[in-house]
Design a protein around this ligand. Structure first.
Ligand SMILES: Cc1ncc(COP(=O)(O)O)c(C=O)c1O
Length: 482
């Protein structure tokens, strides 16, 4: 087999490009299960790359469960490489707006916070992978260096040093914003809540992806809003066709989407779609709340752009935080509210005046000189490997009818079982084995859809206990099959 030299992509690591290339050959069956891959020497010569690059690429493919090494013999395509579970297809939620029923979500959330459980239910980051020692040292320094400032009321807009650091980071998402255009919030959820408050009146309807992160449903319920859940593709996100119909019929007053590696589907809109979405919003004069909390957790070579990057008329309210990349406990997030900036900052001032100053200064210091990019490179690689390991475990332990998503970033998987499967019963059965999962119904506004689906957190580092939990869950799922 001859491979032509790789056209280098300046922003993707070389060994990943080599691995992607070989993976594509496996997926299109040029390389079949059982086939031997080119020797390290041959590939090195064919592609004019170093031995370590070839070895790294092969290691990545091993981590992805696609190849195996045979001592003294070389690398081979695994027999199971092509038998990964199917992916779910586009969702088909009911076509009407509805009031929100989230009573079960609260119950499930409480179970998801129980530290005795193997937490596959909550979309919590792996704290072992976070730079906690450095953050703790920085907090101490911040308090020593700012003994008075740390304890006074701060500006509702936030600390200017943090605004400046975040504005710099947002350049990577394609957004060119000045620091004063950001309001610092207590996490993404608060940013979204203020954005919703700034945009809506009770009774308004918000267009959302379906399934939807349940905290958004909780926020909408608290503000007496209705939800119009739109069909969503697990890879490419919200259906713009359905959105356009809703906009034509004047059914919605605002939109709310997770643009990159959504929760729970893991979908990510490409740039063309993001641009088209903005064009639609401009045409129908509708604002959009963008949640980009997973945008930095991409597995490919480049950070996906934010929808805000294409926002020509300042109608996108961009919300994010450091919860998924540094620390959820610091509660540091932000909102770039565009033309609604003043209203968002008023909300912040009314509700809690400001986000805790020491937390803001700690994050600012980490972003400025804490090695954030190096930390993120490591985190993305770990999450990518863990995601692949979890997909492989679904393949090994779950019934063959299981469909599972293939997110290209983030740390959640969505599993769809055959119709008639009761994921809530699975949730209860799993709890009795000290395992939590998130049943699909909590991601639907009416609390009635996605009964045969559930979400798994993939952020936990792989371990024998996790392997056992996945085996148990797979067996319980087999028992639940109708
Ligand atoms: C899509 C999405 N948005 C927001 C959040 C919450 O973020 P924060 O901790 O910054 O409020 C989560 C957490 O799971 C999430 O998945």
């Amino acid at each position: 087999m001859n491979l032509t030299p790789i056209a280098l992509h300046p922003q993707q690591v070389l060994y990943e490009q080599v691995a992607e290339r070989l993976q594509a050959l496996i997926h299109d069956r040029t390389l079949q299960p059982g086939d031997r891959l080119p020797s390290v020497r041959k590939l090195r010569e064919q592609l004019s790359i170093s031995t370590s690059t070839v070895l790294e690429a092969y290691r990545l493919l091993e981590d992805r469960g696609l190849i195996l090494a045979r001592p003294q013999s070389g690398y081979y395509v695994k027999a199971t490489a092509l038998s990964l579970p199917q992916e779910p297809t586009v969702t088909q939620p009911p076509r009407h707006a509805c009031a929100i029923d989230i009573s079960l979500a609260f119950q499930v959330m409480n179970a998801m916070r129980d530290r005795q459980l193997i937490q596959l239910g909550a979309a919590i980051p792996a704290l072992d992978l976070m730079p906690l020692a450095k953050l703790n040292r920085l907090t101490g320094k911040v308090l020593r260096d700012n003994p008075t400032l740390s304890h006074g009321y701060g500006s509702p807009l936030g600390c200017d040093v943090l605004q400046a650091e975040l504005a710099k980071r947002m350049l990577d998402a394609g957004c060119s914003l000045s620091p004063e255009q950001l309001v610092i919030t207590n996490g993404t959820n608060e940013a979204i809540y203020f954005a919703l408050q700034a945009l809506t009146q009770p009774g308004d309807t918000i267009a959302i992806e379906s399934p939807t992160y349940f905290a958004m449903l909780e926020a909408m319920k608290a503000l007496q809003l209705k939800a119009l859940a739109l069909p969503t593709h697990p890879r490419t996100g919200l259906s713009l066709e359905h959105l356009e119909t809703a906009l034509q019929q004047k059914q919605v007053q605002a939109c709310l989407v997770v643009s990159n590696f959504s929760n729970p589907l893991g979908s990510c809109m490409d740039d063309v779609k993001k641009k088209s979405l903005v064009a639609l919003l401009n045409y129908y004069d509708i604002p959009l709340i963008e949640d980009d909390v997973y945008g930095e957790l991409y597995f490919g070579g480049t950070r996906p752009k934010a929808i805000k990057a294409f926002d020509t008329e300042q109608r996108v309210l961009y919300c994010s935080s450091v919860s998924k990349i540094l620390s959820p406990g610091l509660r540091v997030g932000w909102c770039a509210g565009g033309r609604y900036h003043r209203r968002v900052s008023q909300m912040k001032s009314i509700v809690n005046q400001c986000t805790a100053t020491p937390n803001q200064l700690t994050v600012a210091a980490f972003l400025a000189h804490g090695g954030c990019d190096r930390h993120l490179r490591h985190l993305r690689q770990a999450y990518h490997q863990q995601m692949n390991r979890m997909i492989q475990a679904v393949c090994d332990y779950f019934p063959p009818e299981t469909c599972v998503t293939r997110p290209q970033g983030g740390h959640v998987l969505w599993l769809e079982m055959p119709a008639g499967f009761d994921a809530l019963a699975l949730y209860h059965a799993a709890l009795s084995h000290n395992i939590s999962i998130a049943p699909g119904i909590i991601f639907s506004p009416s609390g009635r859809y996605y009964q045969n689906c559930f979400r798994l957190n993939t952020a936990l580092p792989w371990s024998p206990a996790l392997d056992q939990a996945m085996a148990t869950l797979g067996q319980l799922a087999k028992n639940q099959l109708p």
